[in-house]
Design a binder for this molecule. Structure first.
Ligand SMILES: NC(=O)C1=CN([C@@H]2O[C@H](COP(=O)(O)OP(=O)(O)OC[C@H]3O[C@@H](n4cnc5c(N)ncnc54)[C@H](OP(=O)(O)O)[C@@H]3O)[C@@H](O)[C@H]2O)C=CC1
Ligand SMILES: C=C(O[C@H]1[C@H](O)[C@@H](CO)O[C@H](OP(=O)(O)OP(=O)(O)OC[C@H]2O[C@@H](n3ccc(=O)[nH]c3=O)[C@H](O)[C@@H]2O)[C@@H]1NC(C)=O)C(=O)O
Length: 336
């Protein structure tokens, strides 16, 4: 069965060259009439998504390598997720393996230099570092993702970006090799990182952050948190900003949507937030199709009204996608 594919960012890992190893995965859903299953709606901040075929949670780098190798060996498509704060899963689920990242190590190498596991909550790191008197990650205080997700997306807010604080990144390649990359070898941009197009990336496993001392870090962070609470629908089911801000225009995505009169616009359980127009809310029971339809309609309306072509920041995960689309802004090859 072919599902319509939106012009969205797509995520998938094609089966890769097998590498020896062993590990067991839980087969988790109704694809095979198992008694229990893992629902992706429970793994995403949007609360949307059907069952995944295989599911494994990893707590150590070695377990992650094992899981990846197992998937390769058995030609199982896989994807690694953190807090699911930037993903839209389909109601049909994912016909592959979801690897939930629980690698939460944190080591202070020297004051201001933190080596952090990629599954560590980014907001916890933000609060911890600012409380210890270091600047650079104040913005992370309210961000519901993981350190790995933040590096992958180059998360940012309040004029700060993850990339500005990175010293080096440790990753595993699809061949199962460890690699350490220095910040100076990595080219980041607005919501973009070299990892998004890296053909042989399996996963980011740890990030080392280098921060400067600042007496006002925690105070600044509290201001950011206050502003966030005032301007964003904190506590409601969202995935943060749905669209990136257009780089070639002075107007933000939120402003375009707001000016188009779409705040509060609703399709089924999916609604444009009344508080912040670039946040879409699952008001209860929203289906993936309703959310996709809302995204499509908003894009169309904004384009007709302002000639601005909005690009998604969120990542849509198609249940049966077979090919890899490494171009984040392009159409998927699905169905070909
Ligand atoms: N500024 C804000 O207020 C907000 C920002 N965000 C940001 O969105 C991002 C979402 O983080 P999170 O919830 O953890 O991510 P998700 O669980 O939503 O995963 C999104 C994608 O990121 C990639 N990814 C995640 N972890 C890793 C890893 N360890 N190694 C390689 N790739 C990884 C994967 O892509 P693939 O499958 O292609 O490898 C994954 O599919 C963060 O950057 C977060 O800061 C989210 C909400 C609000
Ligand atoms: C939430 C995310 O990050 C957020 C980050 O938290 C905030 C705070 O710095 O700045 C970005 O939002 P943003 O560009 O919408 O920032 P805001 O300051 O809220 O709004 C920008 C402009 O739009 C206007 N605005 C905002 C909301 C709205 O409903 N209507 C409106 O007109 C604001 O008045 C302002 O002039 C990030 N989003 C992107 C896509 O860059 C995320 O990435 O998921």
């Amino acid at each position: 069965m072919l599902l319509p594919v939106p012009n969205s960012h797509f995520l998938l890992r094609p089966p890769r060259k097998p590498i020896y190893f062993s590990c067991s995965l839980s087969q988790s859903n109704s694809f095979n009439n198992q008694k229990w299953r893992t629902e992706l709606k429970n793994l995403s901040t949007w609360g949307i998504g059907g069952p995944c075929k295989y599911f494994v949670q990893v707590f150590h780098q070695n377990q992650l390598i094992s899981a990846i190798r197992y998937c390769n060996e058995h030609s199982i498509r896989f994807m690694i997720i953190g807090k699911g704060s930037n993903c839209l899963f389909d109601d049909m689920g994912f016909d592959g393996c979801i690897i939930l990242n629980g690698i939460e190590l944190l080591k202070t190498i020297e004051p201001g230099l933190y080596r952090v596991g990629s599954g560590y909550p980014f907001n916890r790191l933000g609060v911890q570092s600012a409380t210890e008197g270091f600047t650079g990650l104040e913005f992370a205080g309210g961000i519901p993702g993981t350190v790995g997700g933040a590096a992958y997306m180059n998360a940012g807010a309040n004029g700060q970006e993850t990339a500005d604080t990175i010293d080096c990144i440790e990753m595993i390649t699809s061949e199962g090799e460890y690699r350490t990359l220095k910040r100076s070898d990595l080219d980041f941009g607005y919501r973009s990182s070299p990892f998004q197009d890296m053909e042989d990336l399996a996963a980011i496993t740890a990030v080392t952050f280098r921060l400067e001392f600042s007496e006002s870090a925690r105070r600044l962070q509290q201001e950011y948190l206050k502003r966030r609470k005032f301007t964003q629908p904190v506590g409601e089911r969202s995935a943060g900003s749905v669209f990136r801000n257009p780089l070639d225009s002075n107007i933000s995505a939120a402003e375009c949507i707001d000016r188009a009169g779409l705040k509060g616009y609703r399709i089924g359980g999916a609604m444009v937030s009344k508080k912040h127009a670039n946040f879409f809310i699952n008001c209860g029971g929203a289906s993936s199709q309703e959310m996709l339809e809302l995204i499509r309609l908003v894009k169309e309306t904004v384009f007709k009204g302002f000639g601005v072509e909005l690009k998604e920041e969120i990542l849509y995960v198609h249940p049966f996608c077979k090919d890899k689309n490494s171009k984040r802004d392009g159409q998927t090859n699905f169905g070909k």
